[in-house]
Ligand binder design. Structure first.
Ligand code: NDP
Ligand code: MG
Length: 390
């Protein structure tokens, strides 16, 4: 039996992971499941999967979790520290699917016990890619990508030497506003930004798809994960979301990964790697689909793509500032304090402010420094938002 833990079990990725595990429960011993606000789901899954422990990030919900687990053998715990402690419990495989920078510390703790980390939490790579990779190396742990584009690149690279890679192309659906007139974007509502044409995902990543902050994060993620030069990374709009990424080699060949828009493919690949097991995803009927379309992204529509390039050129802890500013701006948009198009302004101004404020961006990449920079960048971004509202 393989021992597994799922961090962010109650979310979109977590639930898809549980769906796969429930199809072969005899193969897995579930150690820890974590969530935050959705106590009912957390408790239901923890009991069904006979987990050792269920942890909520929200300390005020510990009593609710205890009540929901009454009569079962599942332990209950709460708080960010308890989540990190759960990540220290020995397992073979961990799904890292907490949303946001909160996924970094548990991811590092899981890697420190030498397991395989299936990484959906792209924010941790953007904030502290070098730290994650060094921690994995130091403890003989493996990181497998779960983001669909990076899983696609990973699969296209099987058996290929990295020095044969000329470029990596990640595709983008274009999100909710792909075909909107640019002048209408300013007044895009939360409901409009929260509906994705192709993928069924959590609300935050869906809005990030509309603004392309998701793709901007993924460009940085590509650089961190595969160690390529930023100039080798391209973004291509592909409205059908069936080609997830392409790798271009020195001889001009392009290897494309084609598959349905179903995260259970990338999750299942990371769960069974290096084997390819049957997965319950749609088989594409290419004759019925007929056409794949491609177009270049327009950076004036999606300034996040330009900001990602600036962040990679800056290096250091600029990724942590970028992520914190993006998360804060997203909170501002969800709360109705910012217009859709103002999110990119907040991120740019926060990066400028943090650069002017001194050496934080150049601090060594340790967990403490990343968290400190994250904290300062959130304050700076909040000040920009307050200034805009005022
Ligand atoms: P969701 O919002 O659906 O789920 C997030 C999970 O994190 C939930 O379990 C949530 O708990 C938990 N959580 C929220 N805040 C905290 C916190 N402060 N501390 C600990 N746990 C917390 O997100 P997704 O599943 O969509 O995404 C998860 C990660 O995977 C993100 O990094 C995202 O970018 C990435 N990803 C997602 C894809 C997708 O298709 N959904 C595709 C590629 C990457 P609760 O719900 O109980 O409040
Ligand atoms: Mg993706």
């Amino acid at each position: 039996m393989r021992k597994v833990s799922i961090f962010g079990a109650t979310g979109s990725i977590g639930q898809n992971t549980i769906d796969l595990i429930k199809r072969a429960p005899q193969e897995y011993e579930v150690v820890a499941l974590t969530g935050a606000s959705n106590i009912k789901q957390l408790a239901t899954d923890a009991v069904a999967l006979k987990a050792q422990i269920a942890v909520t990030a929200d300390e005020t919900l510990l009593d609710d979790l205890r009540t929901a687990l009454q009569g079962s053998d599942v332990q209950a715990a709460a708080g960010a520290t308890a989540i990190v402690e759960a990540a220290h419990r020995p397992v073979d495989w961990v799904m890292s699917a907490i949303v946001g920078a909160a996924g970094l510390a548990p991811g590092l703790a899981a890697l420190a016990q030498g397991c395989t980390l299936a990484l959906a939490n792209k924010e941790s790579l953007v904030c502290a890619g070098g730290l994650l990779l060094d921690t994995a190396r130091a403890h003989g742990a493996k990181i497998l990508p779960v983001d669909s584009e990076h899983s696609a690149v990973f699969q296209a690279l099987v058996g290929e030497p990295m020095d044969a890679v000329e470029r990596i192309i990640i595709t983008a659906s274009g999100g909710a506003f792909r075909d909107w007139p640019i002048e209408d974007l300013e007044n895009a509502t939360l409901a409009q930004a929260s509906s994705h044409p192709n993928w069924d995902m959590g609300q935050r990543i869906t809005i990030d798809s509309a603004s392309m902050f998701n793709k901007a994060m993924e460009v940085i993620e590509t650089r961190e994960f595969f160690g390529v030069d930023p100039a080798q990374i391209e973004v291509l709009i592909h409205p059908q979301s069936m080609i997830h990424a392409l790798v271009g080699f020195n001889d001009g060949a392009l290897m494309a990964h084609v598959g349905p828009a179903d995260m259970r493919h990338a999750i299942g690949y990371a769960l069974h790697h290096p084997a390819r097991r049957h997965l319950p995803v749609e088989r594409l009927d290419l004759a019925a689909i007929g056409n794949f379309e491609f177009r270049a992204p327009d950076v004036s529509r999606w300034p996040a793509l330009r900001i990602a390039r600036e962040v990679m050129a800056r290096g250091g802890l600029a990724g942590a500032v970028f992520n914190a500013a993006k998360e804060t701006a997203l909170d501002g948009f969800i709360a109705g304090h910012l217009k859709f198009t103002q999110m990119a302004d907040v991120v740019s101004q926060c990066l400028e402010h943090m650069e002017a404020a001194g050496s934080h961006i150049d601090a060594t990449m340790t967990l403490d420094n990343v968290l400190q920079t994250d904290h300062l960048a959130r304050k700076a971004a909040q000040a920009v938002i307050t200034g805009k509202a005022g």
